[in-house]
Design a protein around this ligand. Structure first.
Ligand code: XMP
Length: 519
C-alpha cells in the first residue's frame, strides 16, 4: 500500500481518498508508528500529511530521518513537508505569518511532481512556519510570497515535498501533482479499484468464518446492505440477515429490503414486524432524547430476540459446527481511523453500534468494509448487484421518522409524514438532484396548526418543513439552494395530496447552529 502518515487535523483521510481515486491503494497510519512499523507494511510509497502543529512546538510530531534512507519514495505535504525538511537538515523558520487559502505560487522548475503545471498557479495553503532552505541534494521547485521554498525534490532519492495541500479541491492541479508523485515519482501503476476489493474480501471472509454461521442486522442503509451482500457472496446460506421493521421507515423502504435486496442477493432474511411494539413504546412521549432512547432500547431488544431465534434454529438444524459465531458490521474506514486505527479500538466502537449485546450472545465481528470509504462502498455495492435505490440511498437516521415528527409519534402522524416525504423525494429525483444534496429530511410539526384556505373552505392543518442540506460529512452542513420551481412543485403537490398538511416551509439554517435533523 501507499501509507499516509497522519499528522492530525483530518487531512490524512482526504489524502488517502485522493490516492485511491488515482487507483492506487492507500492506508492511513498514525504518526506515532515507528519507521520499523511503517516498513513492516512493505509500503510502495509514503505520504506525510499536513497537521496543526509547528515543528517547533513542544511535543510536535517529528519524522525519524532513517525513514528517508529506506529507499521508499516519500512525499511530504504541508507539515509533512516541513518535518521532512527539518529531518534532512534544511531550515524551517518560525515565521508565525500565515499563508491561508488560495495562494499564488511560482513554479521555478517543474521537476517530477509539478510536471505539466503552468508556471504561475493558485494552490491552497494553510501554514505559519515556512521552509527557508532546502536540505542538501534537493532542488527547489516553487516559491510563494510567504514560502521561499514552497516545493522541493531530490529525484535520485525519490523524496518530494510541497508546502500546499494538493489533496483539497481548492488546489486545482493538486490531483495531478499527487498522480505525478505516485506514477512518475514512485513508479506505481494505477491498477487498484474498489471493484477488485470484492474477490479479496470474499477470500478473507471465507477464511475467517469457516463453516460457522453468520448473522447480520439489515437497516436498509448502504453500509449494512453492502456488507451483507459481500458476506452472502462469500459464504452463501451460512448467513442469515435480520431486518427489524420498526414502522419508522419511509414509503417503500421496507419493501426495498424485503423484496429488491433479497431478489438481488439471495440472502436468507428474517423479518421482524415490530411496528406495534415501537408505537406502544413511543406513546405519550415528546422529548427528543427520550424518544431516541426508547427507539434504541426497543431495537436492541427486538434484535436480540431475533438473534436468539436464529441461533436456536441453526443449532437444531446443523449441530455444533453450524453454530452462529459471527456478526456482520458495516464499519467503514473513517470509523476505524477515528477510533485510533487499531483493531481493538474499532471493535469497541462497532460493539457500541449494536448497542452492546448481552453475554449469552457473544459474536465475533465480520467487518468487510473496514478498509473502505463511503463512495467505495457504493462501488462495491454496484459491483455486487445491490439495487441502486439502496446503493445511492442518502443518509437516514437509525431512529427514522420517529425523530422527524416533532411531538408524539402516532400511526396517523407517521402516515401523514410518509405521504409528504415520498412526494419530496419523487420531485427531487425527477429534477435530477439526488446526488447534489446530502439529504433532505421532511419534518412534520405535529403539534403546530395554522389556518389556511382551500377551495371555499378554511383549513386548520399542520406544517411540514423541508430541510435540504449540502454537506461533506454531516459534521457541518449548509442549506441547499434548491431551484424555486422544484420547491414550488413539492409544495403544491404536498398541500394538494396530503389533506392534513396546509403549509410547506423551508429550513434555511446551516449547521452549526442548527443540526441536520430537528430532534
Ligand atoms: P444531525 O441532526 O446531528 O445529523 O446534524 C447528522 C447526521 O446523522 C444522521 N443521524 C443519525 N444517524 N442514527 C443514525 O444512524 C441516529 O440516531 C442519527 N441521528 C442523526 C442525520 O440524518 C445526519 O445525516
Amino acid at each position: 500500500p501507499v501509507l499516509v502518515v497522519d499528522f492530525g487535523a483530518q487531512y490524512a483521510q482526504l489524502i488517502a481518498r485522493r490516492v485511491r481515486e488515482a487507483n492506487v491503494y492507500s492506508e492511513i497510519v498514525p504518526h506515532t508508528a515507528s519507521v520499523a512499523d511503517l516498513l513492516a507494511k512493505d509500503p510502495a510509497a509514503i505520504i506525510l500529511s499536513g497537521g496543526p502543529s509547528s515543528v517547533y512546538a513542544d511535543g510536535a510530531p517529528f519524522v525519524d530521518p532513517s525513514l528517508f534512507e529506506a529507499g521508499v519514495p516519500v512525499l511530504g505535504i504541508c507539515y509533512g513537508f516541513q518535518a521532512m525538511a527539518q529531518a534532512l537538515g534544511g531550515t524551517v523558520a518560525q515565521t508565525g505569518q500565515r499563508e491561508y487559502g488560495g495562494t499564488a505560487v511560482e513554479i521555478t522548475e517543474a521537476g517530477t511532481v509539478l510536471s505539466g503545471s503552468p508556471q504561475q498557479q493558485t494552490v491552497w495553503m494553510s501554514h505559519g512556519d515556512a521552509v527557508h532552505a532546502a536540505p542538501a541534494g534537493f532542488d527547489v521547485l516553487a516559491t510563494s510570497a510567504g514560502s521561499p521554498v514552497a516545493a522541493f525534490e531530490d529525484r535520485s532519492r525519490r523524496l518530494f515535498g510541497v508546502q500546499w495541500h494538493p489533496e483539497v479541491k481548492h488546489s486545482p492541479l493538486g490531483q495531478k501533482a499527487l498522480e505525478n508523485f505516485l506514477y512518475e515519482g514512485a513508479g506505481l501503476a494505477p491498477d487498484w479499484n474498489p471493484g477488485n476489493v470484492v474477490a479479496e474480501q470474499v477470500a478473507r471472509i471465507r477464511a475467517q468464518v469457516g463453516d460457522a454461521r453468520v448473522i447480520c442486522g439489515l437497516s436498509g442503509g448502504v453500509d449494512s446492505s453492502v456488507a451483507a451482500a459481500l458476506v452472502q457472496k462469500a459464504v452463501g446460506d451460512q448467513l442469515t440477515c435480520v431486518f427489524v421493521d420498526h414502522g419508522l421507515l419511509r414509503t417503500g423502504e421496507a419493501e426495498q429490503v424485503e423484496k429488491d435486496f433479497v431478489a438481488a442477493t439471495g440472502v436468507q432474511l428474517k423479518v421482524v414486524d415490530a411496528r406495534d411494539r415501537f408505537l406502544r413504546a413511543l406513546a405519550g412521549h415528546t422529548d427528543p432524547e427520550t424518544k431516541r432512547k426508547i427507539i434504541g432500547r426497543e431495537f436492541i431488544r427486538v434484535f436480540e430476540d431475533a438473534a436468539r431465534e436464529v441461533v436456536a434454529d441453526a443449532s437444531e438444524r446443523s449441530g455444533p459446527s453450524g453454530e452462529v459465531k459471527f456478526l456482520v458490521q458495516g464499519t467503514l474506514y473513517p470509523d476505524v481511523v477515528e477510533s485510533g486505527g487499531g483493531e481493538g479500538a474499532a471493535n469497541i466502537k462497532s460493539h457500541h453500534n449494536v448497542g452492546g449485546l448481552p453475554d449469552d450472545l457473544q459474536f465475533e465481528l465480520v467487518e468487510p468494509l473496514r478498509a473502505l470509504f463511503k463512495d467505495e462502498v457504493r462501488a462495491v455495492g454496484l459491483e455486487l448487484g445491490v439495487p441502486e435505490g439502496i446503493v445511492w440511498r442518502q443518509p437516514f437516521p437509525g431512529p427514522g421518522l420517529g425523530i422527524r415528527i416533532i411531538g408524539e409519534v402516532t400511526q396517523e402522524r407517521l402516515d401523514v409524514l410518509r405521504a409528504a416525504d415520498v412526494i419530496a423525494r419523487e420531485e427531487l429525483t425527477r429534477a435530477g438532484l439526488d446526488r447534489d444534496i446530502w439529504q433532505c429530511p421532511v419534518v412534520l410539526l405535529a403539534d403546530v396548526r395554522s389556518v389556511g384556505v382551500q377551495g371555499d373552505g378554511r383549513t386548520y392543518g399542520h406544517p411540514v418543513v423541508l430541510r435540504p442540506v449540502s454537506s461533506e460529512d454531516a459534521m457541518t452542513a449548509d442549506w441547499t439552494r434548491l431551484p424555486y420551481d422544484v420547491l414550488a412543485t413539492i409544495s403544491t403537490r404536498i398541500t394538494n395530496e396530503v389533506p392534513e398538511v396546509n403549509r410547506v416551509v423551508l429550513d434555511v439554517t446551516s449547521k452549526p447552529p442548527g443540526t441536520i435533523e430537528w430532534e
